[in-house]
Design a protein around this ligand. Structure first.
Ligand code: 17E
Ligand code: FE2
Length: 452
C-alpha cells in the first residue's frame, strides 16, 4: 500500500490522503482538519513547501509522500507534438522567414537524410523532457510523406519503448499532403495498416481547395473503416478563406464521431468574420469535435504577412470554450524548423496561451489547468484511463503550489511524478541564496503570498 498525504485536489475543499495498490487508485479520503499546521498557511512565507517521500515504518516496501498542502493532479497531457522533427532546428538551415511553409521546406531537406536511429534518439530525448515536467500522455504527429515509412516504423517502436515514461499516441500526418504528394493516399493506408492510433491531414496545404476537401473525406473514411482517432492540422493559416474546418465538422457530425475527432490549429478562425463564425459554431456544437491550439507556435508562425495591425494568428480559444466546445493547449514543436525554442514545459505554453487569448480573468485563473489536463485528456479520448478517481491508474503528480492560479503564476513545477503506482521522478526545489542572508525556496519568493 502506498499513499500521498496532505494532498490538495482541484475543485475540492480540504486535504486528502490518496492510496493505491497494484497501480490503481484505491481510496481518496478527506483528512480531518488538523488545524493550520497541515494547510498552506503554515508554509514558510518565502516559498512553497517541498513534498517529501519516506518509507513507512511498518512496511519498507511502502512509501508515504507528503504533498505538504500542494496540489496533486493527474499527469499533464501533451496533446500535439511532432516528435519525429524535434531537436532539428538549423539542420540543414534555419527558417528565416518564420513561416509555416518555409518550415515545411526546411523539414523536407532534413528528412531526406533522417535515419531511424536519429529519429529514435531525438524522440526519446524529447519524451524525457516532457516527462520531467509531469507529462505522461502524449500525442505525436509523424510525417508519413516519406517513401518507405521508415520514420513511422521507428516511432511505432518508440511508442513501445517509451511506455515506462508516457502513453504515446501516434497519428499518421501527411506533412506534404494526401492528394498533392505522390502516392499520398497509399502512404496513409499503409500507415494505418502499420498500426497508428490516429489519422491526420493538412487540407490547407493541398494544391487546390477541391483537393483539400477530398483529402478530408478520404481521411475520415479511412478512420471510420479502421476505427482510428482523427486529428487534422486544419486551416493553419491566416487566410480567412481557408474553411476546411466546416468540411471536417460536417463529416464528423454525419459519422457521429465527435468524441474521436480533433481539429488542430484552426488558426484561420482568428481571421474569420463574426457572421461566418456564428454559423460555423452552430455546426461545431452539433459535431462535438475537440480543438487544440498551439499558442507559442501560432503566434510565431502566423501574422507573417501582416504589417500593422498584426494578427495574433490563434484560433478562438475563449469563444470555443464559452460555447461548451472542448479546447486545449499544446506545444507542437521543440527546437524544430517551425519553432526554435521549447523545453517540454507545457505550463509555459499555458501561460502564453492565456495571455494571447485574453484569458487572464479571475474565473479563467481558477481553472487554468483544465487546458493542459482534463480538456486534453478528452481530446485524446483517454476515458477512464485518466483522472483521480478510485479504480483508475495511479498516475499522479505533486505540483509545487496549491491551486491552479498559483501553479500558473509561479510556474509550479512537478515535484513528484507517480506512474502506475511507482515514483517515476522526483525534483527538489531550488534554493535562492540572498546576499542579505535570507534563504528562500523557489518558485514563490513573494512574502505577501500573492494568492488571489
Ligand atoms: N507541420 C505543420 O504543418 N505545422 C506545424 N505547426 C508543425 C509541423 C510543427
Ligand atoms: Fe502540428
Amino acid at each position: 500500500m502506498n499513499r500521498i498525504v496532505n494532498a490538495r485536489l482541484r475543485d475540492r475543499e480540504g486535504l486528502f490522503t490518496l492510496r493505491w495498490e497494484a497501480g490503481l487508485i484505491t481510496a481518496i479520503e478527506p483528512q480531518v482538519d488538523t488545524g493550520p499546521a497541515s494547510g498552506p498557511t503554515s508554509r514558510p512565507v518565502d516559498g512553497a513547501a517541498s513534498a517529501t517521500v519516506s518509507a513507512a515504518a511498518a512496511d519498507t516496501a511502502a512509501e508515504t509522500i507528503d504533498a505538504a498542502g500542494n496540489l496533486v493532479v493527474p499527469p499533464l497531457v501533451e496533446p500535439h507534438i511532432h516528435l519525429d522533427a524535434t531537436l532539428t532546428a538549423g539542420e540543414p538551415r534555419w527558417n528565416l522567414s518564420g513561416t509555416l511553409f518555409e518550415g515545411i521546406a526546411c523539414w523536407a531537406e532534413r528528412k531526406a537524410r533522417v535515419t531511424a536511429q536519429d529519429t529514435k534518439a531525438r524522440a526519446h530525448e524529447t519524451i524525457r523532457m516532457l516527462a520531467a515536467h509531469g507529462i505522461q500522455h502524449v500525442r505525436t504527429h509523424v510525417d508519413v510523406t516519406e517513401p518507405g515509412l521508415g520514420t513511422l516504423q521507428a516511432m511505432l517502436e518508440v511508442r513501445e519503448e517509451a511506455r515506462p515514461l508516457v502513453d504515446l499516441q501516434v497519428v499518421a500526418f501527411p506533412q506534404e499532403g494526401i492528394e498533392s504528394y505522390p502516392d499520398g493516399r497509399r502512404l496513409m493506408i499503409e500507415a494505418v495498416e502499420m498500426g497508428v492510433d490516429g489519422v491526420g491531414g493538412i487540407p490547407h496545404f493541398e494544391n487546390t481547395r477541391d483537393q483539400g476537401v477530398s483529402s478530408v473525406h478520404f481521411l475520415m473514411d479511412l478512420a471510420v473503416r479502421h476505427d482510428r482517432l482523427v486529428d487534422v492540422h486544419c486551416d493553419e493559416t491566416d487566410d480567412p478563406h481557408s474553411r476546411f474546418l466546416e468540411v471536417l465538422a460536417e463529416a464528423t457530425r454525419v459519422q457521429g464521431m465527435g468524441s474521436r475527432v480533433t481539429a488542430s490549429h484552426t488558426t484561420a478562425m482568428g481571421s474569420y468574420d463574426n457572421a461566418y463564425c456564428s454559423k460555423l459554431f452552430r455546426l461545431l456544437k452539433q459535431a462535438g469535435l475537440s480543438f487544440i491550439s498551439c499558442p507559442t507556435e501560432s503566434i510565431h508562425l502566423q501574422g507573417r504577412f501582416d504589417t500593422y495591425p498584426k494578427r495574433r494568428g490563434l484560433t478562438r480559444v475563449a469563444e470555443l470554450d464559452q460555447a461548451g466546445l472542448n479546447v486545449c493547449f499544446a506545444q507542437d514543436s521543440i527546437v524544430d524548423p517551425w519553432y526554435p525554442l521549447g523545453n517540454g514545459n507545457i505550463l509555459r505554453i499555458l501561460d502564453a496561451g492565456l495571455h494571447i487569448c485574453h484569458m487572464l480573468g479571475y474565473e479563467d485563473l481558477q481553472r487554468a489547468l483544465d487546458f493542459v489536463t482534463d480538456h486534453s485528456a478528452r481530446a485524446l479520448a483517454l476515458g477512464e484511463g485518466y483522472g483521480i478517481e478510485v479504480g483508475r491508474p495511479a498516475n499522479l503528480v505533486v505540483r509545487s503550489a496549491d491551486s491552479d492560479y498559483e501553479v500558473l503564476r509561479s510556474q509550479g513545477g512537478a515535484q513528484v511524478s507517480i506512474r502506475h503506482g511507482r515514483v517515476l521522478m522526483r525534483k527538489t526545489l531550488p534554493e535562492i541564496c540572498w546576499q542579505d542572508g535570507r534563504d528562500a525556496r523557489m518558485p514563490s519568493p513573494d512574502a505577501q503570498g500573492g494568492r488571489g
